[in-house]
Design a protein around this ligand. Structure first.
Ligand code: UDP
Length: 330
């Protein structure tokens, strides 16, 4: 039986996808440089190689040793703020890494790839909900590199025997209901894990960035989608490619928006902690509202998100964070 190669399978969304793949009976090989991922997040039944996709000899050796049917690619840097102060790190890891990977895939005749993209490819949206065909003008370097990666796939697919699916995630959140894996970033920049640091005693209050957006309570609106639902979409996307379908791009979100204040309020309810909040100036590069239309993924991939309720999503996140206040570190 051949395997699925998961690049970045020790990271947040990668590790959840590996768990789902193994639960559906797939054989999985994980590659991760462990720069931001955690060895402990990798499912014990996955075969693990520590290495960097920018290292051509290394990635060639994985394709030579393993029988790989398709690739799921999460191996990239993903912090908006960092990408603005250190753009070349993003060009190097995200774009050069993908270029080396594609060279190696083409050389080894590996012709299917599912790729982790982002709503940050859209920038300030021209309408809500956002469709895959809408304008893409990223407002930060992270989104720009992801859009460039999509274009690299497009032109490579045009020239070679290779097909891709790009999945544009909205706000990934939550944790595996089995409690074994969850969200851990160092440093943490995402709203829900930062809020949950307050009831965990790791932070005094949550900062609310901006209270003068044109939204119902002045704070930014985002579409929060559970990480296990994202993981399922990768499995469906690989099936779609296995059936011989053409390259495609899909949004992944719940199609419902919540303000920052609503997220904080829901976390208070879930944790039973007052979670003090402090209103602060806007964070650079934040669009006011991002909500996905995921009709295309539902229709073509048959994707059915299960976690459509914010309280349930935050409950799974809290279940992980309260038992792992230091993430994967002891
Ligand atoms: N946010 C906030 N306080 C924080 C972290 C984030 O108010 O400490 C806001 C942020 O400005 C954005 C929303 O929460 O409007 C979601 O931010 P996150 O970084 O989680 O995801 P993004 O939408 O940037 O991908």
């Amino acid at each position: 039986m051949s395997s699925i190669l998961v690049l970045g399978g020790a990271g947040y969304i990668g590790s959840h996808t590996v768990y789902e793949l193994i639960e559906t009976g797939e054989k999985v090989v994980v590659v991760d440089n462990l720069e931001t991922g955690f060895r402990k997040a990798v499912h014990p039944d996955a075969k693990f190689y520590q290495g960097d996709i920018r290292d051509r000899a290394f990635i060639d050796s994985v394709f030579e040793k393993e029988d790989i049917d398709g690739v799921i690619h999460f191996a990239a840097n993903s912090q908006v703020g960092e990408s603005m102060v250190n753009p070349l790190k993003y060009y190097n890891n995200n774009l050069c890494g993908t270029e080396v990977l594609l060279e190696s895939m083409v050389a080894h005749g590996i012709n299917k790839i599912v790729f982790s993209s982002t709503a940050a490819t859209y920038g300030e949206p021209e309408r809500i909900p956002i469709l895959e065909t809408d304008r893409t003008v990223p407002t930060n370097c992270y989104g720009e590199t992801k859009l460039s990666m999509e274009k690299m796939f497009k032109w490579t697919a045009n020239a070679h025997d290779l097909r891709f699916v790009s999945l544009r995630y909205f706000n990934a959140c939550g944790a595996h209901p089995n409690g074994k894996i969850g969200e851990a970033h160092n440093p943490e920049t995402h709203l829900i894990p930062l809020i949950l640091q307050v009831p965990n005693g790791k932070r005094e209050f949550i900062s609310i960035f901006g209270n003068d957006y044109e939204t119902k309570d002045g704070t930014c609106v985002r579409d929060y989608i559970h990480v296990n639902d994202l993981a399922q979409a990768h499995i469906l996307a690989m099936e779609y490619l296995r059936k011989g379908n053409d390259s495609n791009i899909f949004n992944l979100g719940n199609g419902v928006g919540f303000t920052v204040k609503e997220v904080v309020e829901t976390a208070r309810k879930v944790t039973g902690h007052p979670i003090p909040a402090k209103e602060e100036p806007r964070r650079a590069g934040d669009p006011s509202t991002l909500i996905a239309s995921s009709e295309k993924a539902k229709e073509i991939l048959g994707w059915k998100p299960k976690f459509d309720d914010l309280e349930t999503i935050i409950t799974t996140a809290w279940n992980w964070h309260k038992n792992h206040p230091n993430g994967y570190e002891a």
